[in-house]
Design a protein around this ligand. Sequence first.
Ligand code: UT7
Length: 312
Amino acid sequence: MGVGVLGTGHYAPDNIVTNKDLEKIVDTTDEWIRSRTGIEERRIAKDDEDSSDMAFMAAERALENANVKAEELDLILVATVTPDTPFPSVSCMIQERLGATKAAAMDVGAACAGFMYGMITAQQFIKTNAYQKILIVGVDKLSKIIDWTDRNTCVLLGDGAGAVVLGKVSEGKGILSFELGADGSGGKELYQNEANHLVMNGREVFKFAVRQMPQSCVNVIEKAGLNKEDVDYLVPHQANIRIMEAARQRLGIAEDRMAKTVQNYGNNSSASIPIALSESVNKGIIKDNDIIVLVGFGGGLTWGAVALKWGK
Ligand code: UT7
C-alpha cells in the first residue's frame, strides 16, 4: 500500500491587483517586479474574507475532486501563518463548516514550507494505519500582515488557498520519499514584527532558497532511488521565478515541466504549492505514473520536499 493524493482543489480571491496598481502605492515599477520576481499580478482577499473562508473553498473542491465525503475524514491539517485567530484554529473552523464530524483538527506552522510539513505529517498517520483519509490545506491571507509602505515585501505576496486529500493508493504509487528541515538561526531573515508586519531580508532569503531548494529536490530523488531524468514534473514554492528556475535547471528538466503560477498569484506562502499542484491537475498536465517533485522553503527557516508517483 502507498500513501498518495486522492484529490486536489484551490481557491483564489477574485480581486486582482496588478504591478501597475502597486506603482501607485509604493516607489516601484512593473518592469522591476517582473524582471526580479516574475510576478505580474496577485489576488488580494476582501476585508471580510479570511483564511478560513479561502481554506473552506479549497477544501470543498479537493474533497469533490477526490470523491471523498467530509464525514470520511480522520484528520484536517491546515498550514497557515495567518489564521483568522490564534484559536480556534482554521482547521477547527473548516471542520465545522465542512461537516467533518469524525475528523481531528490542527494547524501546522512552518511558513511557506507548512504545506510540505502538513503533507508528511499526514503521510505518517496513514502509513501506520492510524488514519485513512486526511485533508491538508495550505492557506494564507498575507495581505493582512503586509506593510503596504514596504516595497521590499508588498509587491511579492498574495492571498489564496490550496488543498489535497491524502489517502491509501496502490503499492508503488504515492509518496516515495521526503525531506523536511529547519534552521532556526535564520529566523531573523523572515519574521513577523511587533506591528504584525511581515519583514524580510530578501537577499539572504534568496541566497538560502537558491541553495536549499535545488538541493532538497536532488535529495528526495536520491532517497527514492531515482535519477534526475526520471522526474516528469516539478512543483516548487512560487516565491520568485529566479529561485524556481534554479531548481528546474539543477534537475535539467524542460520549462514546461515546471508548475508556474507566480505570475498570476505572487507568493501565497503555505498555499503556493497546493495551488500550483491543483492548477496543474485541472489543466491535465499531470498524468498517471508521473514522477512529481514538490519542494518549498520559508520563514523559520524551514524547507521540505517530496517525491511522489502520481495516481491511485
Ligand atoms: O516565501 C519565501 C519568502 N521570500 C522569498 O523567497 C524572497 C527571496 N528574495 C527575493 O526574491 C529577492 O531577493 C527580492 C525579489 C526580494 C529582491 O530581488 P533582488 O534582486 O535580490 O534585489 P535586491 O534586494 O538586491 O535589491 C535591488 C534594489 C535595491 O536598491 P539598491 O539598494 O540597489 O539601491 C532595492 O532597494 O532594488 C530595490 N528594490 C526595489 N525597487 C523597485 C527593492 N524592492 C523594490 C521594488 N521596486 N519593489
